[in-house]
Ligand binder design. Structure first.
Ligand SMILES: *Cc1c(COP(=O)(O)O)cnc(C)c1O
Length: 379
């Protein structure tokens, strides 16, 4: 049997939506992008949403909007995708890594307090890793006490909720990815949601060269435009927005299917002694990724066996501070962030998406438990 690591759920509705765009006037940012922004903000109960070309662009532009640059520092968990840290460098600031909770992989507020000791910290980027929300209530208090901007990397978390807060409710901004494998996917795309009118105004201009008028407004009624500052090119085109709109209506159904798959994985793995991250009690997990922890030192053998069995897997993630750039530029080394490093050594992401069949789920469970058992027996 062959089980792909990921298969998207786009179908007839998305094909029809893209065909409508092709039959219309606007290929770039226009009425569909606006409609998506309106509906996504409403979904999250946040006043503003700005569609962008990627999550990376959203994180970068939010830092720029807040004037974060050379001489400033930004705290980022060591266990995340490289983009969460790289955007700090794009803004000209320095990254301060901090460790994560050993059981959830989420940024550890106590480690954040430790990282603040280095001084000059202007912002904090919690990552809602795998779809589970960071402890935003505690982080908000910390951010307020130290005058920090709180920028949620919500690339994994559209549907999550914790302590009554959803992405964008407590952060100064939450940034989403609509990259090919994310819960809401259009190939490439992203969005920022925020309660700040000021940030919204900046992003609307910054995403399109700094021009004072968008293509849509120029089409509606031509007026000369000016350029307020040299902006970027990071808008969400209507073709991508058209792919996202039908998925919004299916978001809860797709989430329920992943929730059911997670329940089956969790029950089977717990019974077989296969370890995996803990769910925060009482919170709603967005269920973006399902990861397991291989026996320490055996992860790559575990992956090799799964691949021989036809099961697609990836690693989310090896810790960012141990990538070559951060080792060389910041002198980062092993031993600095033991929890992020332990997860990075052991983690494997399994196939986890609504189109997985019951037969595929059973096959993945059977192979994972059997490989785990064999690796321990030959320890
Ligand atoms: C996917 C991802 C990003 C980057 O998203 P893009 O839309 O590809 O820029 C950032 N952070 C995390 C945690 C991600 O998983």
């Amino acid at each position: 049997m062959k089980v792909e690591f990921y298969r998207h759920s786009l179908g007839a509705a998305e094909k029809a939506a893209v065909a409508d765009v092709i039959d219309s006037l606007f290929l770039t940012t226009g009425p569909r992008a606006r409609e998506f922004e309106r509906l996504f903000a409403a979904y999250l109960h946040v006043p503003y949403c700005i569609g962008l070309s990627s999550c990376t662009a959203g994180l970068h532009l939010a830092l720029k909007a807040w004037g974060i640059g050379p001489g400033d520092r930004v705290i980022v968990p060591a266990m995340t995708f490289v983009a969460s840290a790289n955007v700090v460098l794009h803004a000209g600031a320095d990254v301060v890594f901090c460790d994560v909770d050993a059981r959830t992989g989420l940024i550890d507020p106590t480690a954040v307090e430790g990282a603040l000791g280095s001084g000059g910290v202007k912002a904090l980027i919690p990552v809602h890793i795998y779809g589970q929300m960071a402890d935003m209530t505690t982080l908000r208090l910390l951010a307020d006490r130290h005058g920090l901007r709180l920028l949620e990397d919500s690339a994994h978390c559209v549907e999550g909720e914790r302590d009554g807060a959803r992405p964008g409710s407590l952060g100064d901004a939450a940034v989403f990815s609509f990259y090919a494998t994310k819960n809401l996917a259009c190939g490439e795309g992203g969005a920022v949601v925020t309660r700040s009118r000021e940030l919204t105004d900046y992003l609307e201009v910054a995403r399109l060269h700094g021009m004072s008028k968008s293509a849509l407004s120029r089409h509606e009624h031509y007026e000369h435009w000016d350029m307020d500052f040299p902006g970027y090119k990071a808008n969400l085109p209507d073709i991508q927005a058209a792919l996202l709109l039908p998925q919004l209506a299916r978001l809860d159904d797709m989430w329920r299917r992943r929730e059911a798959i997670a329940g089956r994985y969790a029950a089977a793995f717990a019974a077989a002694g296969v370890e995996f991250p803990t769910d925060v009690p009482g919170a709603r997990h967005a269920r973006h990724l399902f990861t397991i922890w291989a026996p320490d030192g055996r992860r790559d053998e575990f992956i090799a066996s799964l691949q021989v069995d036809g099961i697609g897997v990836v690693v989310n993630y090896r810790p960012v501070h141990l990538t070559r750039h951060y080792r060389e530029r910041y002198g980062c080394r092993e031993g600095q962030f033991p929890n992020a490093e332990a997860i990075g050594r052991r983690t494997i992401s399994l196939p986890f998406y609504p189109l997985l069949t019951d037969q595929e789920i059973e096959y993945v469970i059977e192979r994972v438990c059997s490989i785990h058992h064999d690796l321990l027996r030959h320890a």
